[in-house]
Design a protein. Structure first.
Ligand SMILES: [Ca+2]
Ligand SMILES: [Ca+2]
Ligand SMILES: [Ca+2]
Length: 181
């Protein structure tokens, strides 16, 4: 019995993979409210192509702060139980600016290509976590349901609480207010 419990605890620790927090937790990074998962597109057929000419899923981050932020060492994930799934390389998001990451599971294509894709059929989750030395604290997250082709989902206005669908996605730019789905 004791051994069973011990194995159970070990398997939980392995599953969590060092996360000290999850979206339901209390601890938050000081960057929460400054950096945002601002928009994403989980079914990209014809909106925008990556450097290889492929129409891939993408995630847009937004820096609402007044200073540039180096994202190097922070993490993006599509699974809240694996907060350290993909480490962001040294790359700066300017104050008031946006940065686009390709969620194509093709990391050899460049530093802004993650090791996961987004699931448009069943929905999924997205998390942005702070550096390991900061305790892997949550910066921002979103859980989403089924997504429509070429329709993005994001904040409007940028970084504010409300989420909506955008029939005209705005990768790397401010979200446009026109509602559509
Ligand atoms: Ca690609
Ligand atoms: Ca995924
Ligand atoms: Ca945008």
């Amino acid at each position: 019995m004791c051994r069973t419990i011990r194995l159970f605890v070990i398997s939980i620790l392995i599953t969590v993979g060092g996360c000290r927090d999850n979206p339901a937790g209390a601890e938050e990074s000081p960057l929460k409210g400054i950096l945002f998962i601002n928009e994403f597109l989980a079914s990209n057929r014809s909106v925008n192509a990556d450097e290889q000419g492929d129409y891939e899923d993408w995630i847009e981050l937004y820096n609402a702060g007044e200073i540039d932020v180096n994202l190097g060492g922070m993490y993006l994930t599509d699974n809240f139980t694996q907060c350290a799934r993909w480490i962001i390389p040294d790359t700066v998001i300017p104050a008031g600016g946006f940065l686009l990451f390709w969620a194509d599971n093709e990391v050899t294509e460049g530093p802004l290509h993650t090791n996961f894709k987004l699931n448009a059929s069943n929905g999924e989750e997205l998390g942005l976590y702070d550096r390991e030395v900061q305790g892997l604290l949550l910066i921002d997250s979103i859980s989403f349901n089924t997504q429509q082709r070429d329709t993005s989902y994001g904040h409007y206005p940028d970084g504010k609480n409300s989420w909506q669908f955008f029939s005209t996605p705005t990768p790397g730019k401010a979200n446009k207010g026109r509602r559509g789905r």
